[in-house]
Ligand binder design. Structure first.
Ligand SMILES: *Cc1c(COP(=O)(O)O)cnc(C)c1O
Length: 503
């Protein structure tokens, strides 16, 4: 029944399959074709109509594409080649920590003993899983300097929401209703969004000329209506907040809590700990720092670790080592309840523990040292054409500004990012953090070699020179990628999210 018309393609003389032309599965569909057929099982075939109640059966056939396994595999393989991935090359997308993910983590996550377990299996059958989760909680607490953690949240933003619910529960238990959360203007967009979702009002704290929290503005905003501050250190400009001890003391003095956005721990692993800086709540993105492939919708995990003052409020049930040495579940005395239907993104947890154990404490420290070294090497190497907004040593990522380049040539940060795709590198993050004009944010991560960084720097140099000599060439890029420059304004205003839009 797959008689759906081939949009645009078939009727014209354009080939169905070619370098620039990947048909949809519906265009490839041929009635009666199927992926595989087991003809020799010996099991008699019973029509579905005999197995299911009549009212559950559809009257018309399902409108699905009918393709062979061979065509299906080729289709998805071809599509995957039109995509840039961490396994293809350097991916310096700042704030996203697109490091190479060691395959050993995937091998562990694929072990049947871990992968094939139902989350509702009885405790006696999941002792290994429970031990793994307890061990991961301990490791994350040791890395962050915190007292206990929940592994339930499924991503960074879910961790933020959990952390803010913990903050609210803590104040409520003290008979305290506080309405405001302080967030620096350099923060990741999820911070104010999570605060608003938790019912808090957001007070924005400006950044001073150092690129750090403006201490006077912070002091002026502090009163007993403040539930806490959401901060990350190093901040999103890649700079270390030098006044963190003083900030912590001031916030604690008015009874507030300190929330650490630990999405990217790559700069501090094994070097400093948020708990020692005075933070009370931290979420971590295991899919960034601890090597789970992410982007494009892969599952994440955003565990939240807390200081002693907040442990009683953690979500439950929590994997726990019991007195008799076996493992089970327990729920903290004032728990905010569940924040996940089950126990979190379990296989991401398995990958993270593998990553931590493969590296060991010394190895994790090396990760941080190399990540910071790589970012600073790049900062220094590209400074001639791409100066930083704040002339200081950076942490695991470097934010440069394209303001001068734009003034001289009309080429914007966005154009540089698009042109870089033609050079075989993924683009850096652009226009974030918002406090830097024409921002280009590079996070090379520890997994890129000196040779790769040099190649990236050479590509950036070439683009800057081209911007001066032939700015139109840069502005027209990318032209050699499967998808070329799109009219973003038109795409946003006149979005047609159907295959018919391809024309
Ligand atoms: C990625 C990121 C987040 C959000 O994490 P998700 O897993 O995408 O929800 C929050 N804060 C910072 C600083 C980040 O880089």
């Amino acid at each position: 029944m797959n008689t759906r018309a081939a949009p645009g393609g078939r009727a014209s003389s354009a080939p169905l399959i070619g370098r620039d032309r990947e048909p949809t599965l519906f265009e490839m569909s041929v009635p009666g074709r199927s992926a595989f057929q087991l003809r020799t099982t010996g099991i008699p075939v019973r029509p579905l109509a005999e197995l299911l109640p009549a009212e559950l059966l559809s009257e018309s056939p399902t409108d699905l594409a009918e393709v062979s396994e061979r065509d299906l595999v080729a289709h998805f393989t071809r599509l995957s080649h039109r995509q840039f991935s961490v396994d293809l090359g350097a991916y310096p997308l700042g704030s996203c920590t697109m490091k190479y993910n060691p395959k050993v983590c995937d091998m562990v996550a694929a072990m049947p003993g871990l992968a094939d377990v139902h989350p509702a299996a009885p405790v006696s059958m999941i002792q290994g899983w429970l031990e793994l989760m307890v061990e991961l909680e301990d490791a994350l607490c040791e890395i962050t300097g915190m007292a206990a953690a929940t592994l339930q949240p499924s991503a960074g933003a879910a961790g933020e929401l959990t952390g803010l619910l913990l903050m609210a529960a803590y104040h409520e238990a003290n008979g305290d209703r506080r309405r405001r959360v302080l967030i620096p203007d350099s923060a990741h967009g999820t911070n104010p969004a999570s605060a608003a979702l938790s019912g808090y009002e957001v007070t924005t704290i400006p950044t001073d000329e150092r690129g750090l929290v403006d201490l006077d503005a912070l002091r002026a905003a502090l009163d007993t209506d403040v539930a806490g501050i959401m901060l990350t250190n190093p901040n999103t400009a890649g700079l270390f907040e030098e006044d963190i001890a003083e900030i912590a003391a001031e916030v604690h003095k008015i009874g507030g809590l300190l929330y650490y956005d630990g999405a990217n721990l790559n700069a501090i692993l094994g070097v400093v700990r948020p708990g020692d800086m005075g933070f009370d709540i931290i979420h971590m993105n295991l899919h960034k720092t601890f090597a789970t492939p992410h982007g494009g919708g892969g599952p994440g995990a955003g565990p939240v670790a807390v200081s002693q003052r907040v442990v009683d409020f953690l979500p439950g049930p929590k994997p726990t080592k019991l007195e008799d040495g076996t493992f089970g579940w327990s729920t903290p005395s004032k728990s905010i309840g569940r924040v996940h239907g089950w126990h979190g993104s379990a296989l991401v947890l398995a990958r993270a523990l593998t990553y931590i154990k493969v590296h060991g404490g010394e190895g994790l420290r090396l990760v941080a040292e190399r990540a910071v070294l790589n970012a600073n090497w790049l900062r220094h190497r590209i400074a001639e054409h791409y100066p930083t907004a704040h002339d200081r040593i950076c942490m695991h990522e470097v934010v440069v500004t394209g303001t001068a380049l734009k003034r001289a040539t009309g080429v914007r940060a966005l154009d540089v990012a698009k042109r870089l795709l033609e050079e075989g590198f993924h683009s850096p993050t652009v226009y974030f953090p918002l406090i830097v004009d024409e921002a280009l944010m590079f996070e090379p991560t520890e997994t890129e070699s000196l040779q790769t960084l040099e190649a990236l720097a050479e590509a950036l140099d070439r683009i800057a020179i081209e911007a001066h000599e032939h700015p139109d060439e840069v502005i027209a890029a990318p032209r050699t990628t499967p998808v070329r420059r799109v009219d973003e304004a038109r795409a946003a205003r006149n979005l047609i999210p159907t295959e018919d839009a391809r024309g």
